[in-house]
Design a binder for this molecule. Sequence first.
Ligand code: SAH
Length: 370
Amino acid sequence: MNFVQEPAKPGKINLLDFDRKGLAAFFVGLGEKPFRATQLLKWIYQEGVADFELMSNLSKPLRSYLTGHCCIAAPDIVVEQLAGDGVQKWALQTHCGNRVETVFIPEEGRGTLCVSSQIGCALACTFCSTAQQGFNRNLSTSEIIGQVFVAQKRLGKDAKITNVVMMGMGEPLLNFDNVVAAMNLMMDDFVYGLSKRRVTISTSGVVPAMYRLTEACDVSLAVSLHAVTDELRDELVPINKKYPLKELMAACRDNAKIAPRRTITFEYVMLDGVNDSLADAHGLIKLLETVPAKINLIPFNPFPSSSYRCSSNNRINLFKTLLNDAGIVTTVRKTRGEDIDAACGQLVGQVKDKSRRHLKLKLLGAERAA
Ligand code: SAH
């Protein structure tokens, strides 16, 4: 690929911000035919060409217009780390000076990219390190699809991104339009052509946006459940106070209607003595009775300021057996990339943010160092 990465140019329109529909509307606005969108997507994502003058099937005046007014700008990689188990993590510089992280997880026969949707996160889940830094801003479509773009470029021919999970930093459904446009690009035949089963969005349960998603974009859905009573979920995943379990389950059932054999993945972080009792396992079985569900148990990954501990392997296995015996397909997520802080809930990036939580954390760190 001879793709040249350009910095985003002030005043220029970044064409990585558009999915096919957006790009077609953009060309129609210029008095061009909508099929220009396909031509451009092919040049950008398949040929790796960013110089508009080289796009030989566009007319000369259109090429000049694009050169003068548009750019194709993906974020820059500023740090690249490789874990002992082959996981790779990249920190990407965004134009506002913040960094986001994206993680590649190679497995037998597939390669999964874990993509971030926001700089920081506003949701304050108590067991997640991204939450500790507060919220800065939504990523643009170009910054989201740009993660796939630069990761695939760095991986080259060594590995292929076959799956994308929107499970990096941020709550993707709180950045709805940009995330949906980026996922459309991931599934577009002229971009990455991933099937809808290979693109997964994970949400903490932003219920109104879940209904919108069901209407707007058919991708796989994962829900961060983590507790089976409102009392505990209010504490672990505070957005539950706004959208309690009953409403969350109704939205899941609505999403499951999209296709006959569709199942929703429920993520459940295993926190020692917090949500891992036998009563919790039975509560989980009961809660999921009316939803076609798979469960993904996630061993808790610690981070410096966390006070939780991960459940024992015995307890995780017992949970798994109970759930499987109840007929719910249950897997335990393998912890990967721990030595480079690339595991679930360990992504922090760099947020130039003045939120109280961020300051509090700094103060705590200073106290410890003193
Ligand atoms: N905001 C979205 C997506 C990001 S997190 C969501 O909440 O679904 C991806 C998954 O990792 C979520 O299930 C999240 O709850 C989980 N997670 C967060 N912190 C974790 C930690 N420290 N250990 C294990 N899993 C964690």
